[in-house]
Design a protein around this ligand. Sequence first.
Ligand code: HEM
Length: 199
Amino acid sequence: MVPGYRVWWWSVFTLSLVPLAVLVARLLFGQLGPDPAEPITRATGLAALQWLLLTLAMTPLRKWTGRTEWMRLRRMLGLFAFFYACLHFVAYLHLIAGWQDLWGSFTRRPYIIAGLAAFLMLLPLALTSTRAAIKALGRRWRLLHRLIYPAAIAAWIHYLWQARADIGDMVLYGAVLGALLGVRLAGWAGAKMRIMTKV
Ligand code: HEM
């Protein structure tokens, strides 16, 4: 472990709490308007997507820098993405749709179905993020955790689909996601080529 890694880890942890702190402060100071349901749902959804993208950036960073510490940050960032997705999920049910007719709440719009798909893919990743699960699942853990890619795509589709007018931000996030997926695909293609040339 590099010196100062702990400070680095705690800094990233603290920074990951900023979206929550900002939201709570805005709520306490009455800055969320007369109907806070929408700003709360939007802020938590955006934080979930941003932390998902940060999580996806860790593997390329490990490859480029040769440092494995990025992978520990990846776990923490991934769990924060899930944490914000849970807040978003609960905010939607509690403040917008209600808990009575869950089927109706989740199928009322196609973009909600895409969000639910993203959430359901993130769920097993969060549940198997412990050391014990990594050990127990072995090779299957890596395969399972590739779900992060379709989950990120579904989350972005969900984001794009609910857009009303200006899609500038969605395009920007899509470009970042496309670049991160491109880097991973290039890595997998490179590894396959190396195996084939060895045989
Ligand atoms: C069951 C799961 C989900 C439900 C029911 C849901 C529902 C919603 C709703 C109601 C909105 C607000 C739309 C509006 O105000 O017009 C929204 C926005 C959003 N959601 Fe979700 N969502 C889910 C999962 C996710 C997940 C897993 C992510 C990301 C990882 C995500 C990211 C976003 C983003 C980025 C926005 C837009 C925020 C903004 O406008 O700034 N959602 N979602």
